[in-house]
Design a protein around this ligand. Structure first.
Ligand code: T46
Length: 143
């Protein structure tokens, strides 16, 4: 696995049971596999366009754990100082995305399904959607 060089990020390795022809079973437990209580779960599927880009924002307080439970995509991470891109293609390895981490998702393979566990309910005021605002926010907030 690539070393994560951006702040507010981390890997999550899930337990996976391989039942052969009967498939795989992976488990996500709050406060065990994920270092926060989960208040919201959402998923993204039906990604038909390899040129699609999602994300392009950061959060002020929210913690999220992102899993690619089918297919693959490229995760772009930017903490305002360091940037990196990671191919996400392992269904039992997830990523923590903490506050103040600009993230983008692109280059989706066919049938990609992204599952996200979030530390709080949806709140549009928690989003920073403008990149210059993000850099300013990073400058003014110790995280
Ligand atoms: C991230 C990726 C993987 C809601 O109403 N409730 C929700 O819980 C969410 C996540 C979204 N929405 C609405 C708000 C927007 O009108 O759905 C629309 C698209 O949401 P968003 O811009 O958040 O979508 P993505 O896919 O660009 O980003 C989301 C997360 O925000 C992001 O942090 O990692 O999914």
């Amino acid at each position: 696995m690539d070393e994560l060089i951006v702040n507010q990020s981390g890997y999550i390795q899930l337990k996976k049971f391989d039942d052969g022809d009967d498939g795989h079973l992976s488990i996500i437990e709050a406060m065990k596999d994920i270092p926060f209580e989960i208040k919201r779960v959402y998923y993204i599927n039906n990604l038909k366009n390899v040129t699609s880009v999602r994300g392009h924002h950061a959060h002020k307080k929210l913690y999220q754990a992102i899993f690619c439970i089918n297919g693959s995509f490229l995760l772009g991470l930017d903490d305002g100082k360091n940037r990196q891109k990671i191919l996400v293609d392992n269904d039992n390895v997830g990523f923590i995305i903490g506050p103040g981490l600009w993230h983008t998702m692109s280059q989706f393979s066919n049938e990609t399904v992204i599952l996200v566990a979030a530390s709080d309910y949806y709140d549009e005021t928690d989003y920073i959607r403008d990149y210059d605002d993000f850099l300013l926010w990073i400058e003014n907030n110790q995280i």
